[in-house]
Design a protein around this ligand. Structure first.
Ligand code: NAD
Length: 257
């Protein structure tokens, strides 16, 4: 276990599966105690925490629906309750990863206002208010890492609303980095290309043609995996990345170079 991260806490949103689960596992391997946030799949989150503990790490799950109007208050109240049970209440948080997200796929003409606002609530409002309400909890010298998407650079007309939310996350990252610089908190985003997770299950899983198309569009010739993204987050969380802030790291395997 790394001495650098001894007694450090990481909070990862949407960590019950996919990229968030991989991030939790890699941060735990780096020595952080990981608060595994989940929305609705408590069993999966408990399994992520249990597998971290089985590997010698420390983790505990907590629940909050990030689509709710009171998401940030619910989030921090649930965190406090779980942190108290884990014996780490009021310990500063060293790493916050805003990973939870949803993708609405389809033509802009077909989405209702309500559909759009729900996606906006989870992808944009939740990270903003979790940070705003959580700023005093984050340690000076800490890290905020936001998961954006390659779709802010590569145009996919079937996910216009989603692209808008991720563009907002990148602007948030840039400006928050400037605001938190005096506290030596770094703020960066990671922009994955297509990664094999449930978010893409509907069109990618079991569809060999789609998988081949994604692989062919990447310079590295394959579909991304959750650990490809998690290792970049673990690096940004490390002491070695202390001089990087306000940046986006493109993690698309060289898609559409
Ligand atoms: P995923 O669907 O497996 O994970 C998304 C996570 O967000 C899940 O844990 C889910 O429970 C959580 N979540 C969704 N709605 C929630 C809500 N209302 N309240 C609380 N939690 C909620 O997908 P993933 O690929 O692991 O996505 C993780 C992040 O990566 C997302 O921000 C996504 O936009 C981003 N991303 C993914 C890809 C990709 O191709 N997989 C590409 C670019 C960006």
């Amino acid at each position: 276990m790394s001495e650098t991260h001894k007694d450090h806490i990481a909070v990862v949103t949407g960590a019950s599966r996919g990229i968030g689960a991989a991030i939790s596992s890699q941060l735990a391997t780096a020595g952080l105690t990981v608060a595994v946030h989940y929305g609705h799949d408590g069993k999966a989150a408990a399994e992520v925490a249990a597998s971290i503990e089985a590997a010698g790490g420390k983790a505990f799950p907590f629940q909050a629906d990030l689509g709710a109007d009171t998401a940030a208050q619910d989030f921090w109240a649930a965190y406090d309750k779980a942190a108290a049970e884990a014996g780490v209440l009021n310990q500063p948080i060293h790493v916050l990863v805003n990973n939870a997200g949803v993708t609405l796929r389809g033509a802009i003409e077909d989405f209702s206002r309500e559909d759009f606002l729900t996606q906006q609530a989870i992808n944009v409002n939740a990270p903003y208010f979790i940070v705003k309400e959580g700023l005093t909890r984050i340690a000076n010298g800490g890290r905020i890492i936001n998961i954006s998407s390659g779709v802010t650079r590569i145009a996919f007309p079937e996910i216009i609303g989603y692209a808008l939310t991720k563009g907002a996350i990148e602007a948030f990252t840039l400006t928050l980095a400037k605001h938190l610089g005096p506290r030596e908190i770094t703020v960066n985003s990671v922009a994955p290309g297509v990664v094999d997770t449930d978010i893409n299950a509907g069109w990618l899983r079991g569809n060999e043609e789609a998988q081949a198309g994604v692989a062919a569009s990447s310079a590295l010739g394959r579909v991304g995996q959750p650990d490809d993204i998690a290792s970049i987050v673990a690096f940004l969380a490390s002491n070695e990345a202390r001089w990087i802030t306000g940046q986006k790291i493109d993690a698309t395997g060289g898609t559409n170079l």
